[in-house]
Design a binder for this molecule. Structure first.
Ligand code: UT7
Length: 329
């Protein structure tokens, strides 16, 4: 029995096409000034239909980098978990396509549906499975090609999202490194504030559902914003309490990258200085389940967090779902 799961390696991949705020002004009635001042986003990377890149392609690229960083072969993986709501297809899971692409022939594979919170939900699951000895090496990925669900006529949402995948390889830890706490929560009463209601059994695919754009993202941004600030504060506090940490014990806050104003509100609430906070929403936009793992990977790459230091991951998303985790690298 391991004490906990620890991060053995990280990796990321982004959509091949860059989309700037300037580009968006040619698609909808918006300005660089509005997008930057309301969200902090300047740029995002997307996978256009003509790019021929699907979610599992991004997963596989991020996974190969994470495996290389971990010094493991794909054949050593016991489980692949992919947090996503924009997978390759309805079934089978994007995790199984990823398995095939990287050649993880000894692994089980499945997806986790928790919108933006999918990666941190998956971290709780992976940690429990590794702690209990049920699995040894788990590849955990957060990945989205959200632009498949973007309404390019809705300026309130189409400026926000990017496409990416972030991966971590987890394995057993017997020292003080690894997952110190996880906290997960949801409230299904608020689902219709941020959802894509079409194409399932609720609103079946039909000419009418397509005309209504039921298959695309619908968001009441202002309401979501208020809940995001409240829930990320809740999750952050809970994860620190469960790990017995004070804000000063956290070396790097890695918040969900939806909006710089939500990140700043979270920092202010707990007195985290911005220099102890990972921010890349300006370059990638909101990549949903990929947001935390690509921020974590970039933080590792930049030396913003190093071995033995504590990262606090905190996220909020559709469902509503929210979650946080404290991890000593
Ligand atoms: O990742 C999952 C969680 N998601 C989030 O956390 C998102 C949370 N919500 C937000 O980040 C913000 O609510 C948004 C960035 C989506 C919107 O910012 P806001 O300050 O809440 O703006 P708003 O939706 O209340 O709209 C204010 C005004 C409206 O005009 P009127 O009605 O005041 O004349 C909008 O029509 O801004 C207008 N607007 C825009 N103007 C220029 C909305 N989108 C745009 C745009 N460009 N792209």
């Amino acid at each position: 029995m391991a004490l906990r799961a620890k991060v053995l390696g990280t990796g990321r991949a982004v959509g091949p096409t860059q989309l700037t705020n300037e580009d968006l002004t040619r698609i909808v009635d918006t300005t660089d000034e509005w997008i930057v001042s309301r969200t902090g986003i300047r740029n995002r990377f997307i996978a256009r239909p003509e790019d021929g890149v699907c979610t599992s392609d991004l997963c596989a690229e991020a996974a190969r980098k994470a495996l290389a960083a971990a010094g493991l072969e794909a054949s050593q993986l016991d489980l692949i978990l992919v947090g996503t709501v924009t997978g390759d297809c309805k079934f089978p899971s994007t995790a199984t396509f990823t398995q095939a692409k990287i050649g993880a022939s000894n692994a089980a594979a499945m997806d986790i549906s928790a919108a933006c919170s999918g990666f941190v939900y998956g971290l709780e699951l992976a940690n429990a499975l590794i702690q209990s000895g049920v699995k040894r090496h788990v590849l955990l990925i957060g990945a989205e090609v959200l632009t498949t669900m973007v309404d390019w006529e809705d300026r309130g949402t189409c400026v926000l999202f990017g496409d990416a995948a972030g991966a971590v390889v987890l394995g057993p830890s017997d020292d003080d490194t690894g997952v110190l706490s996880t906290y997960t929560k949801s409230d299904g009463n608020l689902a219709d504030l941020l959802w894509a209601p079409g194409c399932g059994s609720l609103r079946r695919l039909s000419p009418q559902s397509l005309e209504n754009k039921d298959h695309l993202i619908h968001m009441k941004g202002r309401h979501v914003y208020v809940h995001a600030v409240r829930c990320m504060a809740d999750a952050t506090q809970q994860a620190m309490d469960l790990a017995g940490l004070q804000p000063a014990d956290v070396d790097l806050l890695v918040p969900h990258q939806a909006n710089i104003r939500i990140i700043e509100a979270t920092c202010e609430r707990f007195g985290f200085p911005m220099e102890k906070t990972m921010v890349n929403v300006d370059r990638y936009g909101n990549t949903s389940a990929a947001s935390i793992p690509i921020a974590l990977d970039e933080a590792v790459e930049l030396g913003r967090i190093t071995k033995g230091q504590v990262a606090l991951l905190t996220v909020f998303g559709g469902g509503f779902t929210w979650a946080a985790a404290a991890v000593r690298l």
